[in-house]
Structures are given as C-alpha cells and as structure tokens.
Design a protein around this ligand. Sequence first.
Ligand code: SF4
Length: 277
Amino acid sequence: MNVTVADGAGFCFGVKRALKIAFDAARKGDGPIVTLGPIIHNPQVVERLEDEGLRVVSELGEVDGGTLVVRSHGLPRRVFDDAASRGIDIVDATCPFVKQAQDRATQLEQEGYSVVVIGEEDHPEVLSITGNLERPATVVDGPRGLGEISKLPRVGIVCQTTQPLEHLTAVTDALLERTRELKVFNTICEATFARQESALKLAGRVDLMLVVGGKNSANTRRLWELCREAGCDAYHIETKDELEPEWFEGKREVGITGGASTPQWIIQEIVEAVEDT
Ligand code: SF4
C-alpha cells in the first residue's frame, strides 16, 4: 500500500505553543496545575500530560489555589476574574490567532456593530470570543442561523479560527443582501487554510483518506467532511487500533492527514500500520 501524508498534518503552531507552556507550568509544579477541559482535543496526549501532573477539571470550584493553564481556545473574561478571586494563578496559552479573533470582535462591538460569530455555538473558542464581549453576540454556522440579525443596520463578522471559508462567504453573501453596513474580519487561521487545502488536494488523487484526530476535535471532523464532500472514501480515526482490513480492499493509494491537535507519533504509527497492510 502506498501511503502519503498531507502537508501540515498534525500539531499546529498554537497547539505546540500551548503544550510547551503547559509542560513548563507542570514542571514548575507550584500547587495543583489544571486546565478547564482537556488542553487539546486528543485523549492520548491528555493522558500523557496527566502523567506529568496536569489535571483536567470541569470547573474552578474543584481547585484550591495553584495554577490554571488557559488552553489555546482561550476563556471568557468572567473565568479569568473568577480565577483571580479564588487566588488561582493564570498561565495564558491562548493561541495568538484566537486572541486576534477575540480582539476583532471587541473592536466591532466598540465600533457599534452587532457582532456575528461564525462557528459552533458550544465550542470553547467561540465561547471565549463571545465571553469577552459586553453584549450577547449571534453565533451561526451558516446563513440559516441569521434570523433577526439580518434586519440590523450595522453588522460585524468574525470567524472561529477553524471554520471553512465557505461558511464565511455564505454568511457574508446572505448579510450583504439585507444589511446596510457590513464589516468582515476573516479570522480563519492560516494553519487551518493550509491543512484543509492540502487534505483536499491529496483526497483528489488517492483511493482512500484516513483523517486522524480526536473524535471531539471540530477541525479534524471538518477535514473528514471535506474529504468526503470531495468524493473520496474517508475514515476518521483516533489510533491505529481502529483500522479495518476491508477498508483497503481494492485500494492502492492511501492519503493521511491529521487535525491541529493530532501528534506526529500517532500519525506515524498509522502510516506504518497501513504500509504493512
Ligand atoms: S488552528 Fe490556528 S488558531 Fe487554532 S490553535 Fe492552531 S494555530 Fe491557533
């Protein structure tokens, strides 16, 4: 079986940076070191970090002092305030590109625009963007979610950094027809663009795509959807243990890509397992 790994598969700049910050904080080990939710959407990496002493909690009430490492997705402002009031130190590993999306949304709000965030309503990054605003924002993942917002005279748009460009253009087009003034910040990060483009290019020339990453990783799921929408057989897996021999029957060329939170060692294990098929 011939195996090709897509350019840019695996950890992005923001995830590498967040992991380094988290490991450094764990090594200093000053009281409990925690993250609110897993630091990245990959259970295998989270297990390794737990071995280093980084605990995952679901709320700050579970922590007594110590340090909170803010994930690359960022956090709403009220959580920073809550941590400060509990005497919890903060180590902020918010990805600079996510921070930029937060800042752009704040800028739009301050300039008097009604803010629309294109993304997944419950995604931590989206919650960090809306949670840094003074007023509620509208979150949509396509034009259908716009509802009443389309009747407002001044609307400003930002995007969850891992959204596909088509979502941004579809919402922008829909609003252009119905809004007097529209300001758009394309806050999709370059790493996401590059990864999606290289996955699509590879999907166009192989018999089968394997998309590697946490089942709870939105950007990995999106890569899988893109490969399938391109007409390629594609499977979303977390580890080599999920590979099924029948997937490879009659196939010669296999492409592999991985989400922003997929470590190289997991991709490499899958490459070796497929090459041996
Ligand atoms: S995908 Fe982009 S925005 Fe998200 S963590 Fe990675 S580099 Fe940052």
